[in-house]
Design a protein around this ligand. Structure first.
Ligand SMILES: Nc1nc2c(ncn2[C@@H]2O[C@H](COP(=O)(O)OP(=O)(O)O)[C@@H](O)[C@H]2O)c(=O)[nH]1
Ligand SMILES: [Mg+2]
Length: 261
């Protein structure tokens, strides 16, 4: 079941292109009510997660993107660079398989896999259960790799300190305009795979302009997880995030990793 709208495939219902006549007003009101109930419940779990993470001074980052933008590769390279300075764990969201969690574990850090089955996003309740596997006093940073999907994860706060949308240059610069909710809900846009720019007609300036049209406050970094270009700035950004019971307080110059040097 898609928990964003409650559809489960048993009823004839397709996002965005079902004939309007197929839902009467009563159906629409019921769908709205289901959405509101699901999201308000999620927000309560997210607030609990955020408070707990804040109490233990753990910075959690929610990485969202379409499939294949390079989230797992980026996390592996990030961990390799950061693991001597910060104590890191990872929550991996995928519909199926433990493959990404295994890639993370090979770096030596702990990873909890959440398989969402037919669900297209992580929710705060699932993340809360994953957090139970660790003693939070022994961690500084938790990276959450969300399910690859530029739509549904936008609506689900997980209790993260900041949300990072990864846009790879092979996807085209128009994605912020096509998926505005995701870019509106993110604190940082990480443009990945910039090593491929010489071979593509991806317009970096335009992608930034589009993202800021949706979200004037969004920060932007350009990286190549493959070559390491731009990774120092990304690592610095992770270490600058101030943990608080409120969302998104990325304050340049403040270092809050418990063990950061
Ligand atoms: N050229 C290039 N390829 C990358 C980069 N980052 C990831 N990839 C490749 O993109 C593909 C998808 O990466 P993955 O990390 O699995 O993406 P995810 O689905 O977002 O977790 C893999 O073949 C990676 O090797 C990058 O910076 N440059
Ligand atoms: Mg992945």
């Amino acid at each position: 079941m898609c928990t964003t709208c409650g559809c489960n495939g048993a009823v004839s219902h397709q996002h965005g292109h079902h004939p309007h006549a197929s839902h009467d007003h009563e159906d629409q009101a019921r769908i709205l009510q289901v959405e509101q109930n699901i999201l308000s419940k999620n927000d309560q779990y997210a607030a609990t997660n955020r408070q707990m993470l804040s109490d233990h001074k753990v910075a959690a980052f929610n990485l969202v993107s379409s499939p294949g933008s390079g989230k797992t590769t980026l996390l592996v390279k990030t961990i390799q660079r950061l693991k001597d300075a910060a104590r890191i764990a990872v929550i991996e969201g995928d519909q199926q398989t433990e493959l990404d969690a295994q890639r993370i574990r090979e770096t030596g850090v702990s990873a909890q896999q959440i398989n969402t089955g037919k669900g297209c996003h992580l929710d705060a309740h699932q993340v809360g259960h994953a957090l139970e596997h660790w003693s939070l006093d022994e961690l500084d940073i938790i990276y959450i790799e969300n399910v690859g999907n530029l739509v549904c994860p936008a609506a689900f706060d997980l209790g993260e300190a900041a949300r990072v949308v990864v846009l790879s240059v092979t996807e085209g610069e128009d994605k912020p305009l096509k998926y505005p909710d995701m870019f509106y809900a993110s604190d940082l846009m990480l443009i990945n795979k910039i090593d491929l720019l010489p071979y593509l007609d991806f317009d970096v300036e335009k992608s930034i302009e589009y993202a800021r049209r949706i979200n004037p406050d969004i920060q932007v970094l350009q990286v190549s997880a493959k070559t390491g270009q731009g990774m120092d700035a990304w690592i610095q950004w992770c270490r600058q995030t101030k943990v608080s019971p409120a969302r998104a307080t990325v304050i340049p110059g403040e270092f809050v990793c418990n063990t950061a040097s």
